[in-house]
Design a binder for this molecule. Structure first.
Ligand SMILES: C[S@@+](CC[C@H](N)C(=O)[O-])C[C@H]1O[C@@H](n2cnc3c(N)ncnc32)[C@H](O)[C@@H]1O
Length: 488
């Protein structure tokens, strides 16, 4: 009888107690955790770029603002050297750093971010008048449908099929075909194609929304409980016209903007070096003690799936279903679908004759007590069937494993006196807070990086409405960590 009762009503009291390791870690780092009033959420996020030309052509939602990067550089290391962003996204840190005289190196896995970065480089070098003429030419074409060619057809994947009204997709493909066949100058063609990528969301039935694309009821795709209407779905012709006009206007104005924001004249800018691929594989190849400053923001451990959010853009850029699956698995693990990369990483380190470093990374990960506490608790919830997705334990495990690799490599790459500034959010699953900031800072300490600040932003994130019902509201820290490789 007792046995059955225990089976039906498991005892969770064992889960409520052990916050000891996290509490101890918090006590060790609390002195460093300070709100920085200059850093508001708006300054950190893409919103601050709204008014900044070129940056705002494509809405890379995770991009940080020029203002934030300038603030970090000017405060942490005013004299220029070599700057690295291993999760460079749309390249905000790279471009801002370069304007301040830095040699910028970026790594980005997703073709979307890489394309945005490449296009910004092209945009800087383009003659605005030549571009304007090309835009006038292409917009003389009132209907792109006659240019439609099968070879430019989008190879949809299940999560993008039916995303556009058919007539508008035909216009889009006609425009792409026109660019490829009629526009000879590659830099102009790239900008024109980029403009089309920028309007995909506007002309589609979808909206980027948290972890997934949300589908408008008019798409005919099956709906959740509540129908969603995104508002007006802009016809392709109208959307592309507005985007091209914006680009022409901004390019005409760029020299004036550069005068305003730049400390180094554009003629003295260093080339931006961008490598497309996974930083887990590329960082180990960079020479040690070669970087002065890292300004970066990795994916957060929050189930956000970049390959779903940017599915339309990935398909537009020619990714197949298989490509998207590979990209999803190569991203730093932050979704429940990510599988362990440990075996692959071990092979890679062995191949590089760095097996001892791999063992060290393994040990650092295993020895982080607060992390192991969280993992054990989440696993107990999993066993008890309390997690809404069993993959959450694996997600948290893999996220920190891979971040340990990243932090280990950053510590190796920094010159003595070098600094890392890293933007990240803490997360919570089933009411258990995961203090990503102090766990990573402690991992960094084991790798030889001293925490100078954990700057919290003015307002952190509250619970999701679902969590609020169960766990009450309290804020999760959203932070910028500043780590330093102390001399000697
Ligand atoms: C928070 S965003 C950074 C945005 C960037 N700060 C900007 O201004 O656009 C994180 C980026 O990391 C990239 N990423 C995820 N996993 C990666 C990996 N393994 N290697 C390189 N980049 C990765 C994502 O594609 C995304 O662009």
């Amino acid at each position: 009888m007792t046995d059955i009762a225990e089976e039906i009503a498991p005892d969770f009291s064992f889960i409520a107690t052990p916050h000891l390791a996290r509490e101890a870690l918090y006590q060790r780092y609390r002195e460093h955790i300070r709100s920085n009033l200059v850093l508001s959420r708006a300054l950190v996020s893409f919103q601050a770029n709204k008014v900044e030309p070129v940056y705002n052509w494509f809405k890379y939602r995770e991009g940080f603002s020029q203002a934030l990067v300038s603030y970090l550089i000017n405060n942490l290391m005013p004299s220029p050297g070599i700057l690295l962003d291993p999760f460079s996204g749309s390249g905000s840190a790279l471009f801002t750093g370069r304007q301040l005289g830095w040699q910028s190196q970026g790594i980005e896995l997703l073709p979307v971010g890489a394309f945005v970065t490449e296009t910004r480089r092209v945009a800087e070098a383009i003659d605005p008048l030549v571009f304007q003429t090309a835009v006038i030419d292409i917009l003389q074409c009132a209907d792109f449908a006659p240019y439609y060619a099968d070879e430019y057809m989008l190879q949809h994947i299940p999560i993008t099929a039916g995303a556009f009204p058919p007539d508008e997709e035909q216009q889009l493909i006609g425009y792409v075909a026109y660019c490829n066949k009629q526009v000879q100058q590659t830099d102009i063609r790239q900008l024109l194609l980029f403009a089309a990528m920028c309007v995909l969301e506007d002309i589609s039935y979808t909206r980027k929304d948290g972890q997934y694309l949300r589908w408008d009821a008019r798409s005919g795709r099956s709906q959740g409980k509540k129908s969603f209407y995104k508002g007006r779905i802009v016809p392709f012709r109208e959307a592309i016209t507005a985007k091209l006009h914006q680009m022409v206007g901004d390019l005409g104005a760029v020299p004036r903007q550069q005068q305003l924001f730049t400390e180094v004249p554009p003629s003295q800018y260093h080339e931006i070096q961008l490598q497309q691929g996974s930083c887990l594989e590329l960082l180990p190849l960079l020479p040690g003690e070669s970087i002065d400053l890292v300004v970066t923001s990795p994916p957060y451990a929050n189930r956000y799936d970049y390959t779903r959010t940017y599915a339309l853009e990935l398909v537009f850029l020619g990714c197949t279903g298989q490509d998207v699956k590979c990209l999803r698995q190569s991203l730093l693990s932050c979704t429940v679908e990510n599988k362990s990369k440990r075996d692959r990483l071990e092979q890679m380190y062995t191949h590089l004759h760095r097996q001892p470093d791999f063992m060290r990374i393994d040990t650092i990960f295993q020895n982080q007590q607060a992390l192991q506490e969280v993992l054990a608790i989440l696993d107990q919830y999993r066993v008890a069937g309390k997690l809404n997705n069993d993959g959450i334990v694996r997600l948290v495990h893999n996220y920190f494993y891979e971040m340990t690799c990243v932090v280990f490599e950053l510590a190796r790459l920094l010159k003595p006196g070098g600094i890392v500034a890293l933007v990240n959010d803490n997360v919570r699953y089933i009411g258990e807070e995961i203090p990503v900031d102090i766990i990573l800072s402690d991992i960094a300490a084991t790798c030889g990086l001293t925490t100078r600040h954990i700057w919290t932003l003015e307002r952190g994130k509250g619970n999701s409405s679902q969590q609020m019902g169960q766990h009450g509201r309290y804020e999760l820290r959203k932070c910028i960590y500043v780590w330093e490789k102390t001399n000697g």
